[in-house]
Write a protein that binds this ligand. Structure first.
Ligand SMILES: [Zn+2]
Length: 49
């Protein structure tokens, strides 16, 4: 799984959850890493997808 913003590989926890979040745009699911999630607002992330 790669971050849709920076392209960095996103790790997963032992529970198989990603270290980040998922956002949905136009019916598609995108993975966002915790770094991008921290430095950007959800509006900025949506603009870049
Ligand atoms: Zn990222």
């Amino acid at each position: 799984m790669k971050c849709a913003i920076c392209g960095k590989r996103i790790g997963t926890t032992f529970m198989n959850k990603i270290l980040g979040t998922y956002v949905y745009k136009n019916g598609k699911k995108y993975a966002i890493c915790s770094d991008c999630q921290r430095i950007m607002t959800i509006e900025e992330i949506m603009d870049r997808l």
